[in-house]
Design a protein around this ligand. Structure first.
Ligand code: IMP
Ligand code: MG
Length: 186
């Protein structure tokens, strides 16, 4: 790994502390209830594993996987499920666990589809919110960190399927991405 390839944005310790705080808040907010956590694959797999153990409630876990075909890797195009939920969420409190909210298209679509199952509630928890890049009207209910810009990798986040297993979150220098992956504001 070249030394200017990655710059640390979130350390292991900072992530750990923030997830414990999120877990405490979620435990309080849903006190006396149970939760279905729906993780968005693949990016949220490590966040999901840590968050579910930071929440002191009865929890069921499920996953979805979505594919988007948009402009320059932006998920503003068509979105489809490549893996749907398997649990029956009717009448249940659902918390979507996502790695990054960027334009917001993915989570807006997922929330609309989950709502069709008539859950008791659907809320969103994202590790990283790039809210300044939002293109549609959707907010996360729980946010780990606000990050203004930059393409991030590690802690589940990938670039072309690489870097997911780094323990922290890093900014990937644009020089290490092919041109097609270098939108001007990232
Ligand atoms: P959007 O909110 O629909 O634009 O898409 C969010 C998805 O884009 C996330 O779930 C990630 O998979 C991906 N994404 C957005 N920004 C980044 C990043 O900085 N690194 C890695 N993936 C990203
Ligand atoms: Mg994702």
């Amino acid at each position: 790994m070249c030394k200017d390839e990655l710059q640390e944005v979130l350390s292991v310790e900072v992530i750990r502390e923030r997830i414990l705080a999120l877990g405490r808040q979620i435990t309080l907010d849903y006190s006396g209830r149970s939760l279905v956590l729906v993780g968005v694959l693949k990016g949220a797999f490590i966040f999901m594993a840590d968050l579910c153990r930071a929440i002191d409630l009865p929890i069921q876990v499920d996953f979805v996987r979505m594919a988007s075909y948009g402009f320059e890797q932006e998920s503003s195009g068509r979105i489809s499920f490549t893996k749907d939920i398997e649990l029956d969420i009717t009448g249940k409190d659902v918390l979507v666990v996502e790695d990054i909210m960027d334009t917001g298209h993915t989570i807006k679509y997922l929330k609309e589809v989950l709502t069709l199952h008539h859950p008791a509630s659907v809320r969103i928890c994202c590790l990283i919110d790039k809210h300044e890049r939002r293109q549609v009207d959707i907010q996360a209910d729980y946010v780990g960190f606000d990050v203004k810009k930059g393409f991030l990798v590690g802690y589940g986040l990938d670039f072309a399927e690489n870097y997911r297993c780094l323990s922290g979150v890093f900014h990937l220098n644009p020089g290490y991405r092919p041109k097609a992956f270098q939108p001007s504001d990232r």
